[in-house]
Write a protein that binds this ligand. Structure first.
Ligand SMILES: Nc1ncnc2c1ncn2[C@@H]1O[C@H](COP(=O)(O)OP(=O)(O)O)[C@@H](O)[C@H]1O
Ligand SMILES: [Mg+2]
Length: 359
């Protein structure tokens, strides 16, 4: 049987591998930083290649995998990995996105404010994640562009959004499209803290979001899971960014849907049937950011804990907890048990969950 090679060996790769095992698909995760060719002799013509990240250093290993004839959706990676071509693609498809300009060598800060208004976010064209590689500029503070950003970034208008939501969808090799219900996402300092899905009040935006993501996936002739992060401004969705892969805001599907995003991606890229997933009840996904392993998380009722075994660094994503809940009493119990086991930064999140789920 064909093997599935994954560029990247982080937590997304590990969760893809776990899902693939249940389908008897052998997965080989490949670290992108070291050009260790020792595994490559077993890369065969009929194997399939995918990625769990958008960026990797160019070396003999990454080049061979990315150029493999069965690397799925190569064009999507080329276009989406650079925020400039990503934004150009949204514009070309007339998909609403935050107004932007490219920050070229010759763009002055006053050009940026003149084009976008007095509050602007610079985003590095590649390599940014979890809010890294970004810089806010305010005209009223007389902010200037730091050294090393010109020619490397785009500038985006600050959007006063009502909330952030995301849509995870998949497209099969034959073009069949399936979507999860929208997730509501809470970010703190540019990094995802928690997601809730499905939420009844978001249903009214589902078809608008699906139409946007469908347009993008069809244009790219995409195969696999693709995630779209949006700002909701009134009734209008605006794309923030997309990711040609499984996504943190889809982790709730691991216990909260009939087929997880990881299984869906494996099925799609391996040419297996892709079915419309349905969600069970409601799920809350909470990221563990910068905290040491806490065994008492395992005692929280109805919680499933995922630990990525990464070095603990302040603010770093180290794991997540899924609460897949049948009723509000159960959720109350879980939140109560969890409250003392996280840090202060989570206080607003508990309030947010209570408000959204009307506890
Ligand atoms: N134009 C914007 N206006 C307001 N907030 C923004 C804007 N762009 C990004 N953000 C905030 O920063 C977060 C991270 O930005 P994003 O572009 O998604 O980068 P990353 O690749 O780090 O996820 C977003 O989820 C949102 O909370
Ligand atoms: Mg993002």
């Amino acid at each position: 049987m064909s093997k599935l090679w994954v560029l990247g060996n982080g937590q997304l790769g590990a969760m893809l591998k776990h899902a693939a095992e249940l389908l008897d698909v052998e997965v080989i995760l490949v670290a992108v930083e070291v050009s260790d060719c020792s595994k490559l002799p077993s890369l065969e013509e009929h194997d399939v290649v995918t990625a769990e990240r958008e960026h990797w250093p160019d070396n003999v290993v990454t080049r061979r995998l990315f150029q493999h004839p069965n690397f799925r959706s190569r064009r999507a990676f080329t276009e989406i990995a650079d925020r400039l071509s990503e934004k150009q693609l949204f514009d070309k498809l007339q998909l609403a996105t935050a107004p932007w300009v490219v920050l070229s060598q010759h763009t002055s800060v006053s050009d940026v404010f003149a084009a976008l208004g007095g509050h602007v976010l610079l985003k590095r064209r590649s390599g940014g994640y979890d809010g890294k590689g970004q810089q806010w500029l305010r005209e009223s503070n007389h902010d200037t562009v730091a050294e090393g950003w010109r020619g490397q970034a785009i500038a985006e208008q600050a959007i006063a959004f009502d909330e952030e939501i995301s849509l995870v969808g998949a497209r099969s090799a034959s073009g069949k499209l399936v979507f999860y219900p929208l997730s509501l996402n809470l970010h703190q300092d540019g990094i995802l803290l928690a997601s809730i899905a499905p939420l009844e009040r978001l249903q009214k935006y589902q078809s608008q979001a699906e139409a946007m993501l469908a347009k993008l996936m069809n244009e790219l002739d995409y195969t696999g899971v693709l995630t779209m992060e949006c700002f909701r401004v009134g009734d209008q969705l605006m794309i923030n960014e997309v990711a040609p892969r499984v996504h943190n805001s889809g982790h709730w599907t691991m216990g909260g849907a009939t087929v997880s995003q990881f299984e869906l991606h494996v099925r799609a890229v391996m040419g297996m049937p892709v079915s419309q997933p349905s969600a069970n009840k409601v799920s809350v996904m909470i990221n563990i950011l910068g905290l040491e392993w806490e065994p008492r998380w395992l005692s929280v009722p109805n919680a499933t804990v995922y630990w990525y075994d990464k070095k603990v660094l302040p603010g770093r994503k180290l794991g997540h907890i899924n609460l897949n809940i049948a009723d509000s009493t159960q959720l109350e119990d879980s939140l109560l048990a969890l409250k003392g086991l996280l840090s202060e930064r989570y206080e607003p999140m508990f309030e947010w969950i209570r408000k959204e789920l009307v506890l």
